[in-house]
Design a protein around this ligand. Structure first.
Ligand code: ARG
Length: 280
């Protein structure tokens, strides 16, 4: 008979997978209009400070061994730094964005153009309103898709048909969490972390069924955009203010990489918003 030594229940070893990200330096960042509750044009924002914080985010990705490509910022598009909204790229195909608000409309074609010229010729210009990876989060077997504030359900179907991946609709109900990526992030390919209060009762039940082992975040962590995080399977680049979530992630065997993006949060964005993953 083998006697197992009495030890603490061990946390699984987490493995990082190298990623390719597209980012946009916030040279023209500003808060000049309000299209979500985080934005206050009267208070404004400091582009210089935003660039410094963004550079630290980029440096964090590079130090983790990821590849970072850059798209040129365009004057007059202050939210273009939020690259996640520019498209959804899966299996080498790019499902383009069609923005909800006219203030950001020109970003859709700009990102589509960059993708076409940089190794992703297969770009679908969408018929339906959708804000790219802001509302589409890709796991191994499913793409989770948000609706309620920005992205139309019809776009969920359009993306499923184009990408050939199952898309599961989740309904967002709290205007502070207007994109799916403000309330949930994938932990590798088969699990997620999320703030349940951002979702309708039915969508919460869906998440419980799909991810019984999910990391649940509380209101305080969600309110600093802690769920707007980027995980490579092991490391989690996350807003430094999300102290509770950072502790939980560590307990679950992940390696939190805290970043300060407080200036970009004035536009309602965090690390994930600044990051579009390019999946070959
Ligand atoms: N000000 C931008 C907007 O409201 C922020 C976008 C944040 N991006 C994101 N992926 N959640 O559209």
């Amino acid at each position: 008979m083998t006697v197992m030594p009495a030890t603490e229940p061990s946390t699984p070893r987490r493995t990082a997978v190298r990623r390719h990200y597209l980012m946009c330096r916030p040279e023209h960042f500003a808060v000049t209009y309000a299209i979500n509750p985080w934005m206050d044009p009267a208070a404004g924002a400091d582009a210089g400070r935003a660039v410094e914080q963004w550079e630290a985010l980029r440096a964090a990705y590079l130090s983790l061994g990821h590849e970072v490509s850059l798209i040129d910022p365009i004057e007059g598009l202050p939210d273009m730094v939020f690259a996640a909204n520019g498209a959804l790229v899966v299996g080498g195909r790019a499902y383009g964005a069609k923005f909800t608000f006219p203030e950001r409309a020109a970003e859709g074609p700009a990102y589509a153009d960059w993708l076409r010229k940089n190794g992703f010729p297969d770009v679908l210009l969408p018929a339906h309103t959708n804000e790219g990876e802001g509302d589409f989060l890709t796991l191994d077997h499913v793409i989770l898709a948000g609706t309620g504030f920005r992205t139309d359900i019809a776009a969920h179907q359009e993306a499923q048909e184009f990408l050939g991946r199952p898309v599961v609709t989740l309904r967002l109900v709290d205007p502070r969490f207007y994109h799916l990526d403000t309330a949930l992030f994938p932990l590798g390919g088969d699990n997620v972390a999320y703030f349940p209060g951002a979702f309708s009762p039915g969508s919460r039940a869906v998440l419980e069924r799909l991810f019984p082992d999910a990391v649940l975040a509380g209101e305080a962590d969600a309110a600093v955009l802690g769920l707007n995080a980027v995980c490579d399977g092991r490391n989690v680049v996350v807003n430094t203010e999300a102290a509770g979530l950072i502790g939980t992630l560590r307990d679950r065997g992940y390696e939190p990489v805290p970043v300060d993006l407080s200036e970009l949060r004035k536009a309602g964005g965090g690390p994930k918003c600044c990051t579009l993953e390019l999946r070959p």
